[in-house]
Design a protein around this ligand. Structure first.
Ligand code: ATP
Length: 476
């Protein structure tokens, strides 16, 4: 749900974000050479690195830092009864209307109320059809015969894979309530309208954690997980004034939920959902118990109590988080002067505006200010010149750093242009190799955000980078 008023005041727009994402190899339209497949996206070299980094950050936060949460990777294709039990076959629908004149299609809950009641198209004023329910699940068939008996759905959420494995995990890993199961994976929804770049896609990824608790303690755990998920974004270093809570009203609450809050982010197009935290009660396990005929009660070994656990879910979009981070990190800045690498005093004299490049384009820079722990490239190694052995030395230094950091190497063009390319990729550190590096074994370390440059001994470089990443003030 988004507000009609848009509080966004930043410099990013979805057009700027999508063109930067394409230019730098973060995200491409799926099947572009055939005219594109709408609602599907390909993640390029920087995109997949960023996605992996976000996933790793979340995974560490949700599993490694919690003794009571374990991971799972369930299959995308599940028994079709799963989706009957979960209520998706019956209820996973969006209200759809079409314009009879311009043929535009809308989600009825996303157009102004007055258009809906007057049956008037918000685009052309033409007549709208009646509202129909549209099921968002993609359907296919297993095997050669296409009949009702072998229907299979592409999962519209990862959560159900967790519920159907809950008993397996208790037995194999001796988990005791309260405990959680975390999973990251693809989900598919045949969304009626996809716009705003990757925000609402038909194929996307989710990072979900289902926390199983004793009935009666669910509210307490629900509040605890609200706190923890808020803290996650603080740790990720995003603009906290761009985040807010939105509680689901009675008409928004899913059929299974007792309480639900979204964390919304202020995207360039306005406030929109980033993650949902839901108290799903015992609905899921009760239904799977009923439909499968299997007893899914938990038995407390100490008290001999038996009960169906309640579930508190935290459900974030991985690809939507990636979009949020691109918007959050995006900045444009006028550069008055930037020091030329090479001075042994730490900060160098002179500017490289001239050394770097031509014209006024270089007076402005576009920069992605990612937290260094999630930037796709952590450190770029740049020889000032290709000649006199500087390129070879730079390659050698890059090879030293490779084992511990995501590195890039760039020897093409003026140094100023190379810095700008790394700024656009969000690389927090550049290491420049110059004549002093050859003679005295020191390099220039340049910081993306401040553009400050310092000289560092080659032998101390890796340790210094580690300290800078860990000490980034955004990590608490
Ligand atoms: P909406 O009402 O906007 O369609 P939802 O409330 O049904 O979405 P959930 O089912 O709660 O969404 O999904 C959990 C999370 O998965 C969302 O917060 C979002 O980050 C992500 N997500 C859901 N649908 C999509 C999509 N089509 N594309 C990308 N991410 C999505």
């Amino acid at each position: 749900m988004s507000d009609t008023a848009n509080d966004y005041q930043g410099v990013a727009t979805m057009d700027k974000i999508s063109s930067l994402a394409k230019r730098r190899g973060f995200i491409f339209q799926s099947s572009e050479i055939y005219g594109g497949q709408s609602g599907a996206w390909d993640y390029g070299p920087l995109g997949i690195e960023l996605k992996n980094r976000i996933m790793g950050f979340w995974w560490k936060e949700m599993t490694q830092l919690h003794d009571d949460i374990v991971g799972l990777d369930a299959a995308i294709l599940m028994h079709s009864r799963v989706w009957e039990a979960s209520g998706h076959v019956e209820n996973f629908t969006d209200p759809l209307v079409d314009c009879k004149k311009c043929k535009s299609r809308f989600r009825a809950d996303q157009i102004p109320e007055e258009n809906l009641s007057a049956k008037k198209c918000p685009d052309c004023g033409g007549e709208l059809t009646d509202v129909r329910k549209f099921n968002l699940m993609f359907k296919s068939h297993i095997g050669a015969i296409e009949d009702e008996a072998n229907i299979v759905y592409l999962r519209p959420e990862t959560a159900q894979g967790i519920y159907v494995n809950y008993k397996n995990i208790i037995q194999s890993n001796r988990m005791k309530i309260p405990f959680g199961i975390a999973q990251v994976g693809k989900a598919f929804r045949n969304e009626i309208v996809t716009k705003n770049f990757i925000f609402r896609s038909r194929e996307f990824e989710q990072m979900e954690m289902q926390f199983f608790v004793k009935p009666g303690t669910d509210e307490e755990w629900f509040n605890e997980w609200k706190k923890r998920r808020w803290a996650f974004y603080e740790k990720l270093g995003v603009k906290m004034d761009h985040l807010r809570w939105h509680q689901h009203g009675p008409d928004e609450l899913a059929h299974y939920a007792r309480d639900a809050y979204d964390i919304q982010y202020l995207f360039p197009m306005g406030w929109n959902e980033l993650e949902g935290i839901h108290n799903r009660t015992d609905y899921d396990l009760s239904r799977h118990s009923e439909f499968s005929g299997k007893d899914l009660q938990y038995i407390d070994q100490e008290t001999n109590e038996r009960y169906i656990p309640f579930i508190v879910e935290t459900s974030a979009g991985l690809t939507r988080t990636l979009l949020m981070l691109l918007c959050d990190a995006y900045d444009e800045e006028k550069v008055v002067s930037e020091n030329k690498p090479g001075s042994s005093e730490g900060t160098a004299s002179g500017t490289f505006g001239s050394a770097g490049a031509s014209g006024s384009a270089d007076d402005w820079r576009t920069v992605l200010r990612f937290h260094p722990a999630i930037a796709p490239i952590t450190v770029a190694v740049l020889p000032l010149m290709k000649k006199d052995g500087l390129a070879e030395l730079a390659e050698e230094i890059r090879n030293e750093l490779k084992e511990d950091f995501a590195t890039d190497y760039d020897q093409g063009g003026a140094i100023g242009r190379r810095y700008r390319r790394q700024d656009e990729a969000g690389t927090p550190f550049c290491v420049t190799i110059d004549y002093e590096s050859k003679d005295k074994g020191s390099v220039t370390l340049r910081f993306r955000d401040s553009m400050e440059q310092v000289r560092v001994n080659r032998a101390e470089l890796a340790e210094r980078l580690r300290k800078e990443i860990k000490g980034d003030q955004r990590i608490k």
